[in-house]
Ligand binder design. Structure first.
Ligand SMILES: [Zn+2]
Length: 458
C-alpha cells in the first residue's frame, strides 16, 4: 500500500494522494526529498518509509515518481539530482548510471554544439541538453556539467570531458560539486597548478561550513594532489587509470590524451616503454649448456624467484659474482627486481624483501640489460640452471629485446655427474666455490667423492 509523501495517508493510490496532489509544489517536494537527511531527518512519514526499505538510499528513487508530471527539463534535472544524491558527496553518479546520465542530460546534442565544427554549424537542436538548457539556472547547469565531466573521464572519454571542462571554465562562479569535479579531473590529468587554484578556493569556502562530507571531500582532493605532485617531483610514476578491461588500449588512450594537452610523460614511465613488446618465444634461442669443466673464468649467479613456473612466476632478486682464472673477484652484481604483478610482489615480500624496495627496483628487462653488460660473454654458472634460471633469464632477454649466446653450466647436473650427491648452494659465492671445487675434483683427482668435497667445507 502506497503512503502519501505529503500527508502520510496510507489509503493513497500513489506517492501523493488525491487530496494533496492539487496543492503540492512537486518540484519543491522533490528538492526536499533529495536534500533529506536519511539518518537524522525529522519527517516522521518519510522516516517510516525509509525504515521499511532495505537500502535507505532508495528513498531518493521516489523522486522519479514524484517528478513524473513535471515538464521535461525540470523533471530530468531533478532526477539527475536524485541519482547523484545517492553518491556520498553528491558530486557523481555510480558507474552503472553513467550511460543513463549521458542520455538524460542530452550529452550528444551538447557535443554537437560544442565539438569540432559545432557552435556555428549546428544550431541548438530539437532536444535541449541539461548542460546548457535555458530552463536551468547557472548553478544547475554547472552542477549537471560537473557530474557529466566526472563520468566522462572515468569512462576514458577524455576529448568530451575536455569540452565539458572548457564549458565549465566559462562560469564566473561555480558551486561546490562542479569545483570538486574540475579539481579532481585536473589532478587525474596531471595539471596540478590548475587543481591547486580550485582547491584553495574550496578550502576557504569550507572553512565556514560544518558539512563534514564537504570537508573530507576537499581533504581527499588535497591529499591526492600532494601525493601525485610529490611523485612528479621525485620523477616517479604519477596517476594512471586502472581499467578493468582493455587495459593496454585504455592506458594508451590516457597517455595520448595527456600528451595532447601538453603534459609531459617521462619516457621511462610511458606505458609503451613500461612493458616492451617481447621477442616472440619461438624466435628467441633456447639456452645452451656446456658440460665440460674446462673453463675457469665465469659468472656464478643465483636467482630469487617467486616459484619455478617461468610462465607464471618472476625473478625478484639476482646475485652474481665474477670468477677470473679460478679466483673469486670483487666484481659483484646484485639487484632486486620489480615483480610485474601485484600478486607476485606479495610472494616476494613474504620472502623478506620490503615492498618499497621492490617497487623502486628495475624491471626484469632492465635487470637483464645491466646483468648481461656485467657478464659479457662469460659462461653463466648456476644451480639447476637449465631447468629454472636460464629459462627466467631467457624470458627477461625476450622482454629486453636482447639476444645473448652465453653458455650455461648447470651445477646440479655437473655435481650429479660427478658423484650423485646433491647440495643446494645459498649464494653466488657458494655457486662459485662449488664449481671450483667440482672443477678441481674433476681435473685433479676424479676419485675423490663429492662427500669428501662437502666435508672440506665444513
Ligand atoms: Zn496526501
Amino acid at each position: 500500500m502506497a503512503i502519501c509523501l505529503v500527508c502520510g495517508d496510507e489509503n493513497g493510490k500513489g506517492c501523493i494522494c488525491g487530496t494533496c496532489a492539487g496543492k503540492t509544489d512537486l518540484e519543491a517536494l522533490a528538492k526536499r526529498m533529495i536534500a533529506y537527511d536519511l539518518q537524522n531527518g525529522d519527517n516522521p512519514v518519510w522516516n517510516n518509509i525509509i525504515e521499511d526499505q532495505l537500502n535507505k538510499k532508495s528513498f531518493r528513487w521516489l523522486v522519479f515518481a514524484v517528478t513524473s508530471d513535471l515538464p521535461a527539463p525540470r523533471k530530468d534535472y531533478l532526477r539527475v539530482c536524485a541519482a547523484a544524491s545517492t553518491y556520498d558527496n553528491k558530486c557523481g553518479v555510480v558507474k552503472n548510471s553513467r550511460p543513463w546520465l549521458y542520455e538524460i542530460t542530452g550529452l550528444d546534442n551538447f557535443m554537437k554544439r560544442k565539438g569540432p565544427g559545432g557552435e556555428t554549424g549546428i544550431m541548438p537542436s530539437e532536444k535541449d541538453s541539461l548542460l546548457d538548457s535555458e530552463n536551468l539556472s547557472g548553478d544547475e547547469r554547472s552542477y549537471v556539467a560537473g557530474l557529466v565531466l566526472d563520468a566522462l573521464y572515468k569512462d576514458y572519454r577524455y576529448e568530451e570531458a575536455e569540452l565539458v571542462l572548457n564549458y565549465l571554465k566559462l562560469f564566473p562562479e561555480l558551486p561546490f560539486c562542479p569545483s570538486v569535479n574540475m579539481a579532481d579531473y585536473y589532478i587525474k590529468t596531471r595539471r596540478y597548478d590548475e587543481a591547486e587554484k580550485i582547491i584553495d578556493k574550496l578550502r576557504s569556502q569550507i572553512s565556514c561550513t560544518d558539512n563534514d562530507i564537504e570537508k573530507s571531500t576537499v581533504e581527499k582532493l588535497e591529499e591526492d594532489k600532494e601525493k601525485y605532485l610529490k611523485k612528479k617531483l621525485q620523477g616517479k610514476r604519477e596517476y594512471y587509470p586502472n581499467p578493468d578491461e582493455n587495459k593496454d588500449d585504455m592506458l594508451k588512450k590516457y597517455e595520448d590524451f595527456i600528451s595532447s594537452i601538453g603534459v609531459d610523460i617521462p619516457d621511462y614511465y610511458s606505458f609503451k616503454k613500461m612493458i616492451p613488446d617481447p621477442i616472440p618465444r619461438d624466435q628467441y634461442p633456447s639456452p645452451k649448456e656446456i658440460r665440460d669443466t674446462d673453463f675457469d673464468s665465469f659468472v656464478a649467479f643465483s636467482l630469487g624467484t617467486t616459484g619455478e613456473d617461468v610462465n607464471k612466476d618472476c625473478i625478484y632478486e639476482i646475485d652474481a659474482v665474477k670468477v677470473v682464472s679460478g679466483v673469486i673477484s670483487g666484481e659483484r652484481y646484485h639487484t632486486y627486481v620489480k615483480p610485474y604483478k601485484k600478486g607476485l610482489e606479495k610472494v616476494a615480500e613474504s620472502a623478506g624483501i620490503p615492498s618499497d624496495i621492490l617497487k623502486d627496483s628495475p624491471q626484469m628487462w632492465e635487470m637483464f640489460n645491466s646483468f648481461m653488460d656485467y657478464a659479457g660473454d662469460l659462461v653463466l654458472v648456476g644451480y639447476d640452471v637449465m631447468r629454472i634460471g636460464s629459462k627466467f633469464l631467457a624470458r627477461a632477454g625476450r622482454y629486453a629485446n636482447r639476444i645473448v649466446n652465453n653458455l650455461y653450466f648447470d651445477l646440479k647436473r655437473g655435481a650429479l655427474n660427478a658423484s650423485g650427491e646433491d647440495r643446494v648452494p645459498v649464494s653466488a659465492d657458494d655457486v662459485a666455490e662449488m664449481y671450483l671445487t667440482l672443477r678441481n675434483v674433476e681435473s685433479k683427482d676424479k676419485e675423490i667423492s663429492m662427500e669428501d668435497m662437502f666435508a672440506e667445507w665444513e
